[in-house]
Design a protein around this ligand. Sequence first.
Ligand SMILES: C[C@@](CO)(OP(=O)(O)O)[C@H](O)COP(=O)(O)OP(=O)(O)OC[C@H]1O[C@@H](n2ccc(N)nc2=O)[C@H](O)[C@@H]1O
Ligand SMILES: Nc1ncnc2c1ncn2[C@@H]1O[C@H](COP(=O)(O)OP(=O)(O)O)[C@@H](O)[C@H]1O
Length: 299
Amino acid sequence: MTVAALDVSTFAFTEAAPAKVNLYLHVTGRRADGYHLLDSLVVFAGAGDVLHYQPGPEPLNLQITGRFGRVLDAAATGADNLVLRAAHALQGLRAGQAQGGTLVLEKKLPVASGIGGGSADAAAALRLLDRAWNVQASRTDLLALAQTLGADVPVCLLSQTMRMEGIGENLTPAAHLPECGMVLVNCGQAVSTPEVFRRRDGAFLPRAALPESWADIADVVAFLKQQGNSLEDAACAVCPPVGHVLADIGGQEGCLLARMSGSGATCFGLFATPQAARQAADRLEDVHPAWWVWGGGLV
Ligand SMILES: C[C@@](CO)(OP(=O)(O)O)[C@H](O)COP(=O)(O)OP(=O)(O)OC[C@H]1O[C@@H](n2ccc(N)nc2=O)[C@H](O)[C@@H]1O
Ligand SMILES: Nc1ncnc2c1ncn2[C@@H]1O[C@H](COP(=O)(O)OP(=O)(O)O)[C@@H](O)[C@H]1O
């Protein structure tokens, strides 16, 4: 249900759900069940959905607003929504903790776009409701719950720079990036993750030799240029506009690196400063008003 009338500024609890960005993503192998093993450096952008919660006597319900709320309505409504699935999973962790109230999800991130919007929403719901319901679940319990909700939910629960391996369950802290800017661009075409994995070909890539610290953003970019996104070619085949998006980001003044995130179609550009990224985003938005474009800093 998309509702515009609720005044979320009066809601007691708010939680950000930042976009996940895979700075590099190597498919390193394949499990017996067909899932692909990954090695990825994951960061979180200042862009994101926002989740609000007001406890109340009514049964727990979710309303969705925002630019992409309507898209999500068609794709995942009611109890299937990752926010409600996360809420119910958390209730299951502590019998007797069930509470009612209204959740409002401001859906600002494009759906099925490689930046983990649904995973970020689920993770935000776990953080928010753990606090609101005073569940006080341990980090281990929350991470285990997160894993049952999706491969990217554990990293989104932490929402900090991490190296992600396995299919998302192996997380190790990674050095924070030096101050830099990021542009995110999505052409508006949803991309199917299973199809992109199915179309991927080529050799498995090795695990990257990730440094323990960065001197500056040039150091980060030099490292990232030695890596790649193993799913980029497949995503370009499924969704040819990805190639144009990459060229347009890469052609922006000050762009240090342009690459696709996750299984696409969202692509990112790295810049020296958040201001340079915002300026590039403004220019891209002028030329492509139908695209979703964001520019700013990292979390
Ligand atoms: C590629 C990544 C990288 O962060 O990001 P997104 O593109 O989703 O943002 C994730 O690993 C996405 O993981 P997840 O969110 O679980 O993918 P799902 O949509 O549930 O997976 C759909 C299907 O893709 C294939 N799949 C997915 C993940 C994986 N490591 N190997 C796979 O082979 C499987 O066929 C799976 O059934
Ligand atoms: N709250 C939610 N936000 C986004 N997608 C959701 C949500 N709940 C369920 N979904 C479903 O999860 C799928 C993956 O969406 P999303 O996380 O945006 O993809 P990606 O990780 O590729 O960016 C979508 O097709 C959508 O149907």
